[in-house]
Design a protein around this ligand. Sequence first.
Ligand code: ASP
Length: 325
Amino acid sequence: MKTLNTLLGAVAALSLFAVSANAQTYPERSITMVVPFSAGGPTDTVARLVAESMSKDLGQQIIVENVGGAGGTLGAGRVAQADPDGYTVLLHHIGMATSATLYRKLAYDTLNAFEYVGLVTEVPMTIVARKNLEPTDLKGLVDYVKANKDTVTVANAGIGAASHLCGMMFMSAIETPLTTVPYKGTGPAMTDLLGGQVDIMCDQTTNTTKQIQGGTIKAYAVTSPERLKVFPDLQTTAEGGLSNLQVGIWHGVYTPKGTPAEVNERLSKALQVALKDPNVVARFGELGTEPSSDADATPAALKTKLEGEIARWKPVIEAAGQYAD
Ligand code: ASP
């Protein structure tokens, strides 16, 4: 028995050594960052900016892989099942919290399937429409939508996506259900909005700023409590009469459950460096957002945020009684 215990102790010590030895030399090869939405969309834009800068600090390439579908749950599920070795990470947004309730048959247990790296940024949403939609302000849009409720279409990135959440909040605020059109991300949804195949969308400024500034889509409101520096003339939802429609889309980086704490800390440090990179700060500013602080870009802050947000959205979703399955 003593021999068995000694043997087990030696095996445990060896595997501990293996983990810490790996953590010390980590990363030794390229890292895959899964984005659970299509390329070219807002989550993808944030991920690519941050990944490029983190790569420099880590001395290894971070390759962004887009795994879109089912409102971000397919990509999150992919990472939940990946090896917990620090070579697969997930960059996801608020949908990580809302999908925990929206999907009653999720393939992973949100609070038990991941480790945490840190918060990245919180991005406001904008209510936008195809360029030739008639109304000129939010009040006019609401009247138009109510009068045309059987034909107006709303694009989103599937149930659990930020655009879905914001679209639902919009319909609930104006007490008018509308036809929704799901995509694998709001990158392709934006293409259809530009082409006039869908009428309206609520999406992060990281996807809408360029088009709003270029006049290729119409903007009606921003969902932040204050107006944004990038659009000083664009009213807030509260100013336009929809004070219940306020939402910020926070983004975080996760690893699969069991990833060594030293690895998550190393990734967190690289994230903090990236979020202070002048290029990242400038691009975020141009896109209407700001990087998270050092204190927020930590495993503990993201864990607290996710737990708090699951608890916050659960009763709201349950009260609405609309689930993805
Ligand atoms: N903005 C999308 C959403 O609705 C996601 C994306 O395409 O990045 O969540």
